[in-house]
Design a protein around this ligand. Structure first.
Ligand SMILES: [Zn+2]
Length: 455
């Protein structure tokens, strides 16, 4: 294992052209062409390519790796005495198996005004924006109020153990002076009953992995078998599919709903306020149309069955069957809370065990939000930025342990017909070329305007 950082410096023979900073969509195409499907990730070639790009601009970067094939990159531009600002993103992507793509997912094709490929949204486009903005800041020699840190990571999609968690645990000194960071998700429109909101993630749900199992009589499959392991697991699956876990209104979500309600018309505001009352929540969710699923996830712990197993021989009734549950908890909820909810819902026929729980950020610090708000409104006059709790998890939860408040800020001026949610992690993931440029300009604007006054 190479725990010691390696330094990348320019060798006078650039293999990658730093002028890509001015063509961030092309930069994105290059990033997509590295197949960083996680597992296994194998992000080294992609990370080294980024190090070469920085080296061509005369910027040294340090690589830190828990596993040699999966380094993280950290680079820093010196600034004044204000707290450092960090830009971070992950270069790994989720698998593409069993998906039908119009263009091969790692070809990085530009077609019809879009860059296509796995990672076009999550989140090689964000990485392209951050790298391009960082290079621009270096090239323009802007007067940075504090250091500007760039951090590119492996392994976000599988939990971050080899990426952000390794860095925060083994090299916490890297983040000592960092108060705020830009990462995923946010800065692009959410159409909500006619309002063009730009959610900016400031908190997120927590990941809890659970195993639900049943045991019963094993035996020869030629004899009738009822109520055994497989049947009870089947019942639990059906229940999980039909029912919802209990309603909770948590403080960060309440603040988000209040801020959203202040920014939208009276009719939408009434719907948002309706979400704050268990008596009216269902009616309000129904009124939200396409966004209902997002808000449902922000008002409940969720639990989806993912991997099913049981039996290994076709003529033997198995003594044990099980499934895993990917559960996402609201801020402030614990693994014990959700396990109790699942036991209550699924009954005595199955066992519920927590396999892994990572608690997420507790507090939200909104000191950088006004600047992000200004930048987005300058970039899109219809933008109504709002702080947002993400119904999923990102590396933000890990950096929170190092005292870093993350903001989901990879801005994209997506047209209203563009369905972001249905393309992330799915076939034909793509991003308008224009949106990559919009985001790069907005991130650069934050870097330029970030000053001592923000906190
Ligand atoms: Zn991501």
């Amino acid at each position: 294992m190479t725990n010691e950082p390696g330094t990348y410096v320019g060798d006078g023979e650039p293999t990658v052209d730093a002028s890509l900073r001015d063509r961030p969509a092309e930069l994105l195409q290059e990033l997509i062409r590295f197949d960083t499907t996680n597992p296994p990730g194998a992000e080294r070639a992609c990370i080294e390519w980024a190090a070469e790009l920085l080296a061509d601009a005369g910027i040294d970067s340090e690589l830190y790796a828990k596993k040699p094939e999966r380094p993280s990159l950290v680079a820093r531009l010196p600034g004044g005495d204000a707290p450092a600002l960090m830009l971070y993103g992950h270069v790994d992507v989720v698998p593409t198996s069993d998906q039908a793509w119009t263009h091969p997912p790692f070809s990085g094709v530009e077609d019809d005004g879009y860059v296509w490929g796995r990672g076009a949204l999550d989140m090689k486009s964000g990485v392209a924006m951050f790298v391009a903005a960082f290079l621009r800041a270096a090239q323009e020699e802007i007067d940075l109020a504090g250091d500007l840190v760039l951090c590119l990571l492996p392994d976000e999609e599988a939990g971050g153990d080899d990426g952000a968690a390794f860095l925060v645990e083994e090299h916490p000194e890297l983040f000592e002076d960092v108060d705020y960071a830009l990462g995923e998700f946010g800065g692009y429109p959410m159409e909500l009953a006619g309002a063009r909101l730009y959610p900016v993630q400031v908190n997120e749900k927590q990941v809890c992995w659970i195993r639900v199992s049943a045991t019963g009589n094993a035996g020869h499959a030629s004899r009738p078998s009822r109520g055994d392991a497989v049947g009870r697991i089947g019942e639990a699956l059906v229940t999980l599919d039909r029912e919802r876990l209990p309603y909770h209104l948590t403080p960060p979500v309440e603040e988000m709903l209040d801020r959203m309600a202040e920014q939208v018309g009276e009719e939408t505001a009434a719907v948002l306020r309706g979400l704050k009352d268990p008596a009216t929540v269902d009616e309000s969710l129904a009124a939200l149309g396409d966004e209902a699923g997002t808000f449902e996830a922000l008002l409940h712990n969720t639990a989806n069955a993912t991997i099913l197993s049981g039996g290994d021989k076709i003529n033997v009734v198995p003594a044990r069957a099980e499934f895993t549950v990917d559960s996402r908890l609201l801020p402030g909820q614990t693994d014990e809370d959700v396990a109790a909810e699942l036991r209550e819902l699924l009954g005595d026929g199955v066992d519920v065990e927590v396999e892994r729980f990572e608690s997420g950020p507790e507090e939200t610090e909104l000191g950088l939000f006004p600047l992000l708000d200004d930048v987005l409104r300058d970039a899109d006059e219809e933008a109504v930025p709002v702080p947002y709790v993400l119904p999923a998890a990102t590396d933000g939860r890990i950096f929170a342990r190092a005292g870093v408040q993350s903001y989901g800020f990879t801005p994209m001026n997506l047209p209203s017909e563009f369905d972001f949610q249905s393309l992330v992690h799915a076939a034909d993931e793509r991003i308008p070329v224009d949106a990559v440029e919009f985001g790069t300009d907005a991130v650069y604007d934050v870097v330029r305007r970030y000053d001592r006054a923000v906190k």
